[in-house]
Design a protein around this ligand. Structure first.
Ligand code: SF4
Length: 81
């Protein structure tokens, strides 16, 4: 898997900087439908992330302790962190 993966969900772009992830699972506890740990114990997107609300996305990405998760709105403005 590439080191940086991103996906458009709801009206947001979510980006995972995989090299930064320490596998703490804070994001997964906040949004188990959005993220999972892969075989390398690094955060990745769940297969189906349709319909996850903006609030859940922002909350789940805000609890990452190491700045591995970034969120941008449609205009490209950074929302998280
Ligand atoms: S909260 Fe951050 S460090 Fe923890 S699993 Fe998620 S992306 Fe990785």
């Amino acid at each position: 898997m590439s080191n940086i993966v991103e996906r458009k969900i709801s009206d947001l772009i979510v980006k995972i900087e995989r090299p930064n992830c320490i596998g703490s699972k804070n994001c997964i506890n906040a949004a188990p439908d959005l993220f999972e740990l892969d075989d390398e114990q690094i955060c990745s997107f769940n297969e189906n992330t349709e319909g996850i609300s903006r609030e859940i996305i922002v909350e789940a990405c805000s609890v990452c302790p190491v700045s591995a998760l970034y969120v941008f709105d449609e205009s490209g403005k950074q929302v998280v962190p």
